[in-house]
Structures are given as structure tokens and as C-alpha cells.
Design a protein around this ligand. Structure first.
Ligand code: 13P
Length: 249
């Protein structure tokens, strides 16, 4: 299967002009990429500007609301995103969990809404530095997965992707060891097999995210056998980001 490389631009760049430059640069550099699935997740406000120029990559959003429409000031629904050509939604990112106090219950509702709308959900999970030191990593991952997927029908998991993003590795320049990422991915697959069935456990795509760069990226794919990467900081530099993709193409 092709590797899935996802750019999470987070709250960047700060102007439409810069976003357009980045989109155009990616479009040009990614023209000949065939063997890697590339997804760009810009802030909501830049999604529509890219709608008609997306050929070399797919579009994703960084969050969504669980209702389809109505009196929910400030929110954006799966249906609206789908209408803009969005195919992927990042959910439960640790920055949203920590800064915006997003709960497992909210994440569960969002996952259900996106999967019901046939969008691909990328569920982010990961432990803090403290939890890791206390040996609680697997307990945390298990808890996050069980709560996020609570009461979710088996067939809907076809469109679910799980991103292991240890919080201590995000934006810290301290990436997770390749063997640690591999152990986490195996743990997740086993848990999904146990919660659902082996077929789903085996086929569910697991990504790694946290201080990925062009020097370490291919190790996660080739050695740790991750199905893809979720990239923050480096994805804002089109040259570096495309360098990673070319290594995997
Ligand atoms: P960095 O690649 O900047 O560490 O961010 C990872 C991340 O949070 C992607 O969602």
C-alpha cells in the first residue's frame, strides 16, 4: 500500500498570500509523485482557495464539529468540508485536547460524524512525557482508543486511521525512537483486533507524528513499518516536505 503522508499546517501561515505560495509550490513539486498519498491539512479558511487546484494532493481539515448544521456559533460541519472537496479530518490532536480542553466524548462524536459522512478520520493519540516516565504509555493509548471509538460499528472502521503522536515528541526536536514507534503501532493493531476483529486490526493504517524531518522520515516507514506520517513544522517548508515524499515515492 502507498505511504500516507499528511501535512498538518496547524494555525499557519498567517496570510492568504503565503498560503497560496505554499499551495502552488507543493502543486509544482508534487507533480510526478505516484506512489505516495499526500494530504494537506491547512487552516479552514484556506481550504476553499485550494479546491480547484488540487491534483497532486488531497485535502484534509484539522477539526470538525459533530452536528451537520444549526445554531452552533463558530463551528464547521463534516458536510460543509466534504462540499469543499475535503477527504480527511484530523481529530483529537493533543493540542486540541490540551489547549482547547477537547474531551474523549467530544472526539467520539466527531469521529462518528466524519465516518457517517464517509470522510477519513485520523484519530490522534499519544502520551505526555510524564505518563511515559511513569510507564503508562499503553494504558493511555488504550484508554484514548476505547473512548474515541466507543459504540462505533465495525464496518465504519474502514475509513479510520490512527496517528501515534507522543506529546513529548511534538515540535520538540526529540523524535520517538523507531523501535518505540513500532511497538506502539503493534500495540494499537493488537488492541483493534481485540476490540473488533483481526482483519481490521491488520488493515488499519497507523501513522507516526512528532518531530519528523527529512533525515528520520524514511526510518519510520522502512524500519518501523508505519503506514505513513503526520508532519507539523516541516510541512510548512515545501522543499523539505517534498524531500520526504520523494524518498518514499
Ligand atoms: P511536528 O512535526 O512539528 O513535531 O508536529 C507534529 C504534529 O503535531 C502533527 O500533527
Amino acid at each position: 500500500m502507498r505511504s500516507l503522508i499528511i501535512a498538518n499546517w496547524k494555525c499557519n501561515p498567517s496570510t492568504f498570500k503565503e498560503a497560496k505560495i505554499l499551495f502552488n509550490s507543493l502543486k509544482k513539486r508534487l507533480k510526478k509523485i505516484r506512489n505516495v498519498e499526500v494530504v494537506i491539512c491547512p487552516p479552514f479558511v484556506y481550504l476553499s482557495s485550494s479546491k480547484f487546484q488540487v491534483l497532486s494532493f488531497k485535502l484534509g481539515a484539522q477539526d470538525v464539529f459533530w452536528e451537520e448544521r444549526g445554531a452552533f456559533t463558530g463551528e464547521i460541519s463534516s458536510k460543509m468540508l466534504k462540499d469543499l472537496g475535503v477527504e480527511y479530518i484530523i481529530l483529537g490532536h493533543s493540542e486540541r485536547r490540551q489547549i482547547l480542553k477537547e474531551t474523549d466524548e467530544m472526539i467520539n462524536k466527531k469521529i462518528k460524524a466524519t465516518l457517517n459522512n464517509k470522510l477519513k478520520s485520523i484519530l490522534c493519540i499519544g502520551e505526555t512525557e510524564e505518563e511515559r516516565k511513569e510507564g503508562k504509555t499503553f494504558e493511555i493509548l488504550k484508554n484514548q482508543i476505547e473512548k474515541a471509538l466507543s459504540n462505533l460499528q465495525t464496518y465504519k472502521l474502514r475509513n479510520l486511521i490512527i496517528a501515534y503522536e507522543p506529546i513529548w515528541a511534538i515540535g520538540s526536536g526529540k523524535p520517538c525512537q523507531v523501535n518505540e514507534a513500532m511497538t506502539a503501532a503493534l500495540f494499537i493493531k493488537k488492541l483493534i483486533s481485540h476490540l473488533y476483529n483481526q482483519k481490521i486490526g491488520r488493515s488499519i493504517r497507523i501513522l507516526y507524528g512528532g518531530s519528523v524531518n527529512s533525515l528520520n522520515a524514511s526510518n519510520y516507514i522502512r524500519e518501523a513499518k508505519m503506514d505513513g506520517l503526520l508532519i507539523g513544522g516541516v510541512s510548512l517548508n515545501s522543499k523539505e516536505f517534498v524531500k520526504i515524499i520523494k524518498q518514499l515515492n
